[in-house]
Ligand binder design. Structure first.
Ligand SMILES: [Zn+2]
Ligand SMILES: [Zn+2]
Length: 366
């Protein structure tokens, strides 16, 4: 049996307010609604509730202080303590409690929205301005969001007494559930608005201009605060998340702010050295290929990549050298002859223009 003060994590001389606050935190953390199926959380929740049933009551607490666990009559655990603490649970879950809002309709935040946006490689690299068309729930103009046709105030829901929640006994626990009659609103409209059918909101499609910053990448998310669905009854609007998809480039690859491309050089260029032209995102660059450059060699064109999202300059453009090997049919006879001569000089054996042509000559000549 753990010490009740230890269970709540408070000092023995803690003020009643501190005890209540400690219990509230624990109850919030381990409430079965938040930890469905979690036996450990349920145990903790019960333990905290039991500790608070004693320490939250001045008389029981005094007895516990003097006599310990023996001082509290625990003839089995009393599940009704949960009902006794409904004011606390009400505070925790934002329903019920002191009736501070006078039974009116509760303000709630609008839902967040997600929009998947596809960009070209260049749009992601340089940023772009774009217009999104998207529907969202907005307050109904006809009834100013009240949902009521004549503007009559909604009447408190009879089923839940305006709380928006009903309590259901489930074995040990009293669970709070959304009131099925008023769907959690706590009130009902007697004369529903014709436009929104009493909902107070309508779906409206609108156009939104969005500025995409340079350097965004596949999977980047832009958050547009307050561009989600409108809140209800004065609640704040949700946010809009624009999730980006970026198309591949036919020639360029991308890794963060870095861009890479393959560039072909001929055997002669690789051996003797050359200057090649590389198409970067920022125009044509000339690249010195030194004599004896191997296939696969990497060169770096500094600052020719993509703008970093944190605006700390641009990434680089990496060039990977590829050796261009032509097909014999793409070469003329002079080029082929020179290649054969080169092979002879190198002491290499090469195929002589295809075996088939030789056989043909024999037949016609013979
Ligand atoms: Zn109700
Ligand atoms: Zn309306």
């Amino acid at each position: 049996m753990r010490d009740y003060y230890e269970v709540l994590g408070v000092e023995r001389n803690a003020e009643p307010r501190a005890v209540k606050s400690a219990y509230r935190k624990l109850a919030q953390k381990y409430h079965p609604d938040r930890n469905p199926g979690d036996k450990k959380a349920e145990e903790k929740f019960k333990e905290a509730a039991e500790a608070y049933s004693v320490l939250g009551d001045a008389e029981k607490r005094a007895r516990y202080d003097r006599f310990g666990h023996e001082g509290t009559s625990r003839g089995g655990f009393d599940p009704t303590i949960f009902a006794d603490f409904s004011d606390i649970l009400g505070d925790i879950f934002g329903f019920g409690g002191g009736g501070g809002r006078g039974g009116g309709r509760r303000a709630s935040r609008g839902a967040d929205l997600r929009y998947d946006l596809r960009l070209t490689f260049e749009e992601a690299a340089f940023g772009t301005e774009t217009k999104l068309r998207l529907p969202r729930h907005e307050g109904c103009d006809e009834c100013s969001g009240s949902g009521s046709d004549g503007g009559a105030a909604p009447v408190s829901c009879q089923t839940c007494g305006g709380r928006g929640q009903v309590r259901v006994q489930q074995g040990f626990f009293t669970m709070a559930q959304t009131c099925p009659h008023c769907r959690g609103e706590g009130s009902k409209i007697s004369d529903p608005c014709r436009v929104c059918k009493g909902d107070g909101q309508v779906v409206r499609e609108r156009e939104l201009e969005v500025s995409i910053p340079a350097g965004v990448d596949r999977g980047s998310r832009l958050r547009l605060t307050g561009e989600g669905e409108h809140g209800r009854h004065g609640g704040p609007a949700g946010d809009l998340y624009v999730v980006l998809e970026v198309e591949d480039h036919s020639r360029l690859r991308r890794e963060g702010a870095q861009v890479a491309s393959d560039e072909d050089v001929s055997y002669a260029q690789a051996v003797l050295g050359s200057t090649i032209e590389v198409e970067t995102l920022h125009g044509t660059e000339r690249l010195e290929v030194p004599p004896g450059t191997q296939a696969g060699k990497l060169f770096r064109l500094r600052g020719k990549g993509i703008e970093r999202l944190d605006r700390r300059g641009r990434g680089d453009h990496l060039v990977q050298i590829r050796l261009k090997v032509p097909k014999p049919r793409d070469l003329d006879s002079e080029q082929l002859d020179l290649l054969r001569q080169l092979a002879v000089l190198d002491g290499e054996e090469v195929r002589e223009g295809g075996v088939l042509s030789k056989v043909k000559e024999l037949i016609t000549g013979g």
